[in-house]
Design a protein around this ligand. Sequence first.
Ligand code: AKG
Ligand code: FE2
Length: 311
Amino acid sequence: MHQSTIPVLDLSRFQHDKDAFVADLGAAYQAWGFAGITHHGIDTVVIRDALAASAEFFSLPDAAKKQYFYDNGGTRGYTPFGTEIAKNATFVDMKEFWHVGRDITGTPPFPQLTANVWPIEVPAFKPAMQALFIALDRMANELLQAFALFLGEAEDYFLNRVQWGNSILRPLHYPPITDPSLPNVRAGAHEDINLITLLVGSEQEGLEVLSNTGEWTGISMIEGTIICNVGDMLQRLCNHRLPSTTHRVVNPKGPAGKISRYSIPFFVHPNPDMSLDALPQCVSAENPKRDEAILAHDYLMQRLREIGLVK
Ligand SMILES: O=C(O)CCC(=O)C(=O)O
Ligand SMILES: [Fe+2]
């Protein structure tokens, strides 16, 4: 039966009902590339504090925010409105965001893992984002264990392939769209580049996912549910057995469109030297290899140039 919206998975089942959970996860992602995740073990306070700190930062005057806009391809700090554009889109996205990376003590094993910057105007921002980064990183590792099993690899397949990944936590702000001459799209249709994405703040309306029958499906979750979707890197690795589904953010009709949207995606990246070549067990006569072999870092650079974040 065709489900009309994305499935919801209870992550606590991975610990006590592993085989059934992995089968359900595989079915959910093969159908949608997206699922809501409940019982993920992340305290609601961690999520609320991060969303509150994000709203506080974005309410600062432009001049204060722009102090944190660096010519670094948006890798750390603030990126103002009008910078990012979805591949092949006409209008820039109606969003501003901040990038938090992995906190490293000592010399980073990869040069991409540059130091974080923090806004001094909002003291709560740093501890709130650090706590959310650590919690989502842990949750991602658990989900990747389940994905590894589904794909016929050992449970720990990803663990030493992601621990130095340049994963990015991205607090986002979409302002209300009040100018009627602007399109109603806050973030243009796109696929995520990375392995998987975890999305916090999805209770607000506006996110739409393209179903496998070609319909835009509006997604809003009960508070605390974290959406997880497959990105292009995982799609390549599994030779499209799991789809990296197109999604976008629209300005909802009615009162929800008159207020700002705050969401926080966590883009899970593999170590820069991980090969994204299709796993041999995912290639067959019926499903021949679709993409060329490429290293994660080279693939990322290619994609960041396409969306205007790297010139
Ligand atoms: O704001 C959202 O809910 C989704 C954001 C998103 O898809 C992205 O930043 O890649
Ligand atoms: Fe996305």
